[in-house]
Design a protein around this ligand. Structure first.
Ligand SMILES: *Cc1c(COP(=O)(O)O)cnc(C)c1O
Length: 401
């Protein structure tokens, strides 16, 4: 589900042809996010999942305030990973009861901000128990806490592992009983558990398996909790296809696993709600990155389209955001959608570094200065995950259409 409508040979986002959208934005390069596709994606997830599961949006994937404000109306809660993101979520009108805050290195003022706001803190260490206790005492408010657990198993098939083995995230499962005791002693308001096994997983079976393992672990840990479990958050990490040969995630096994977990939780942890916090999966396909071709160069027979955009806006598409092998994101010439001609061309940016490549020898419609290139699958981990200051070029714009 990515933008696909065309009008007179131009790709449209939210029904607006790209060249007109560029005029409206007032500049290239820009990111454009399609509201309709966001709505459709959330609806399709809800349709696939058993009823009663809380669907949260992980703000980290795309913290644009307008987008967060829009997502807030579609989902049941927001997950933030800093006090900065917390401010975006609260400004967007999120109810603090349904905001949770995770992250391995929370600063003392951030912890106090979270307690004052009344959001749920996913605590990740003994140090945080102490800081939360101090903030609670000072503010006269018991901190709402859940324990982020680093599970004692690995998730297979995840692009980026964030749980299992030695990790800076969460509390090792074997230490959780001690943390739970400390939470009880400090009279914090214990609400549940949080687990986040890994990101960009395209294998529904492996997600389902991880969910089952997470569930068993939580039931085991809940036995020593100082209060009933009210929320169990199984994180995000559902992937979207970027590269040739990658297939969209099959939600059927995930839904089946969640149904089983939900049913057994009803008796094992009565009153506990199951929550997912998805980032990339909810917003990634709804966004495109658009840059203008400045120059067309042929170097020893190879075509280079030099654009005004590049890795400083879109690190992930350049292959430098955690990828092991550089592969092309899906790209097109957004102003030549009716062209049947194809040539091999590389899309590069204006930075003086060979890393600044958005597509390496892709099959594209022939393009010339003035044409607009499009990088699909760009709604998540875009500008906020890119080194915009690198080389002093202008920042990109962003628009929700
Ligand atoms: C990054 C993150 C997410 C979202 O991950 P996606 O792979 O984008 O779904 C969810 N929860 C936590 C705690 C995170 O750090």
């Amino acid at each position: 589900m990515r933008p696909s409508e065309t009008i007179r040979g131009e790709l449209c986002v939210g029904g607006v042809p790209l060249s007109r959208l560029a005029e409206r934005v007032g500049q290239t390069p820009f990111y454009a996010y399609d509201r309709r596709l966001l709505v459709e994606r959330v609806a399709s997830v809800r349709e696939a999942l058993p009823a009663g599961i809380g669907l949260h949006y992980a703000v980290k994937a795309n913290p644009l305030p307008a987008l967060v404000g829009f997502m807030r109306t579609l989902v049941d809660g927001l997950d933030v990973a800093s006090a900065g993101e917390m401010a975006v979520a609260l400004d967007a009108g999120a109810d603090p009861v349904h905001v949770s805050f995770a992250g391995p290195g929370k600063r003392e003022p951030e912890i106090a901000q979270a307690v004052a706001a009344g959001v749920l803190v996913n605590l990740e260490s003994f140090r945080e128990v102490e800081l939360l206790a101090r903030a609670s005492q000072r503010l006269g408010l018991p901190a709402r806490v859940a324990v982020r657990v680093n599970p004692d198993f690995d998730l297979r098939g995840a692009g980026m592992r964030m749980g299992g083995g030695a990790k800076p995230f969460g509390v090792d499962a074997e230490q959780v009983p001690l943390v739970l005791r400390a939470i009880g002693d400090a009279a914090l308001q214990f609400e549940g558990f949080h687990l986040y096994p890994g990101s960009q997983n395209l294998n529904g079976e492996s997600i389902a398996e991880a969910l089952r393992q997470c569930h068993q672990l939580v039931v085991r840990l809940a036995a020593t909790a100082p209060a009933p479990v009210r929320q169990v958050n199984f994180g995000g990490g559902w992937g979207i296809p970027y590269f040739p040969g990658e297939k969209a995630l099959d939600l059927a096994p995930v839904a089946e696993a969640l149904m089983g977990i939900k049913n057994s939780m009803a008796s094992e942890l009565p009153g506990g709600q199951l929550v997912l916090e998805l980032g990339r999966y909810l917003v990634g396909e709804a966004g495109v990155y658009v840059a203008r071709v400045l120059d067309r160069k042929v170097s020893r027979g190879q075509v280079f389209l030099v654009t005004d955009g590049g890795l400083h806006h879109h690190l992930a598409a350049s292959g430098n955001f955690g990828q092991v092998i550089r592969r092309n994101y899906p790209v097109c010439i957004g102003t030549q959608m009716d062209s049947a001609e194809r040539e091999k061309a590389s899309i590069v940016g204006p930075l003086c570094t060979p890393l600044d490549m958005l597509a390496d020898r892709a099959e594209l419609a022939p393009a010339h200065p003035g044409d607009l290139v499009v990088v699909y699958q760009s709604g998540a981990y875009g500008p906020s995950a890119s080194p915009q200051a690198f080389l002093g070029h202008p920042r990109c714009a962003e628009v929700l259409v």
